[in-house]
Design a protein around this ligand. Structure first.
Ligand code: KG4
Ligand code: ZN
Length: 340
């Protein structure tokens, strides 16, 4: 009989304390997330020191709940996987120290996971038919990468943002129009009431690098528009403004992803990260992929934003490849994708 592989996964790279039990790399037996969003909303963004302190408070309860919900004991786990970068160093350290302590005490293998590999792997959870190679657009609060997934855990970055990440642009524009933090979901909702063609904003381009992204010019245009309206005493129609901003971001993301799939000769496209839960991005990407004969994969929103199930899926593939971390595993805030 085939041996079942159970991964206990831990994620604490930013403002969610999360733990999950994943069976055989596809079946999520539990997915517990303790979000600090309400706390950071008071400050308009994530405060690193507060994030670390909250992780310390919550992490044991979150892990206990993940095992309970899965109806499993720590002894039954095959290995412990943990995000060790990139992210906020103090936040990462909480998860890494916890995972090391558990793995050491329970005599289980320890596997350090790259956060972005986790985001990409979230696509395997609900799509049993999805296997590499494929093109993946990773769009989160800290990253905007166009990645070719050659095999499980094997990546080539073919495009990246030159300035702001897509999620960061959403968060900054939301703050400027008073929608609050986190901006992405708020803009997504407000934009549904607006006209995406009301204001024309530029689609950021990087000369000579067709797969790279740039959002800082767009952000400046939006801020100029707001300041100009204020100076003239004109009222801003927030839904129109954010719908027009969102249309520009979505167009940049969709056009480059589809161009990369066609340019490199792949027929499967996936999206990942917090911004991948954006409804306008999902529907535009779906329409363009259908038109171009590409198959589109995306996780449910709960697996797009930070969670530990995605770390458990990545942990399974790294475990199968024989990857093991030593007791000297450390947090690496600027860890590069594909590096160990
Ligand atoms: O992947 P994630 O949870 O954390 C990081 O690894 O950064 O992504 C968080 C980012 C935030 O910038 C948030 O505003 C954005 O994802 N986001 C969205 C949506 N939901 C979350 N952006 C646009 N539309 C959404 N529905
Ligand atoms: Zn993330």
């Amino acid at each position: 009989m085939k041996e079942e592989i159970y991964i206990l996964a831990i994620e604490s790279s930013c403002d969610e304390t999360a733990a999950s039990v994943v069976k055989n790399g596809r079946v999520v037996l539990s997915n517990v997330i303790s979000s600090q969003i309400a706390l950071h909303t008071l400050y308009g963004g994530v405060v690193p020191e507060i994030a670390s302190r909250k992780h310390i408070e919550k992490i044991n309860q979150v892990i206990e709940s993940a095992l309970e919900e899965a109806h499993m004991e720590l002894e039954q786990m095959t290995a412990i996987a943990v995000t060790y970068g990139p992210g906020l160093v103090g936040a990462l350290l909480v998860g890494v120290a916890e995972a090391k302590a558990i793995a050491y005490a329970a005599k289980k293998p320890l596997i350090g996971i790259h956060h972005i590999e986790g985001h990409i792997s979230a696509n395997y959870i609900e799509h049993p038919d999805l296997a590499p190679p494929f093109v993946c657009l990773v769009v989160s609060g800290g990253h905007t990468h166009l990645v070719i997934v050659r095999d499980y855990g094997e990546f080539e970055i073919v495009g990246r943002t030159r300035d702001d990440a897509a999620g960061e642009a959403f968060d900054k524009v939301a703050r400027a129009v008073g929608l609050g933090y986190p901006g992405g979901p708020k803009i997504d909702k407000a934009a549904r009431e607006g006209d995406p063609e009301a204001i024309w904003f530029p689609r950021g381009k990087v000369e000579g690098s067709p797969y790279d992204f740039s959002f800082s010019g767009l952000k400046s245009c939006v801020l100029n528009h707001i300041n100009h309206a204020k100076m003239m005493g004109e009222e801003i129609c927030v839904p129109d403004l954010v719908a027009s901003f969102q249309a520009s971001v979505v167009e940049s993301l969709v056009s480059r992803t589809v161009m990369a799939a066609k340019g490199y000769g792949y027929t499967k496209v996936a999206i990942a990260g917090g911004v991948a839960s954006n409804t306008a991005l999902r529907s535009r990407m779906k329409a363009v992929c259908e038109k171009e004969g590409l198959s589109l994969y995306h996780p449910s929103p709960i697996f797009c934003t930070d969670n530990a199930a995605m770390i458990g899926v990545a942990g399974y593939h790294e475990y199968k490849k024989g990857v093991r971390s030593g007791w000297d595993l450390n947090a690496v805030p600027h860890l590069k994708l594909g590096e160990r």
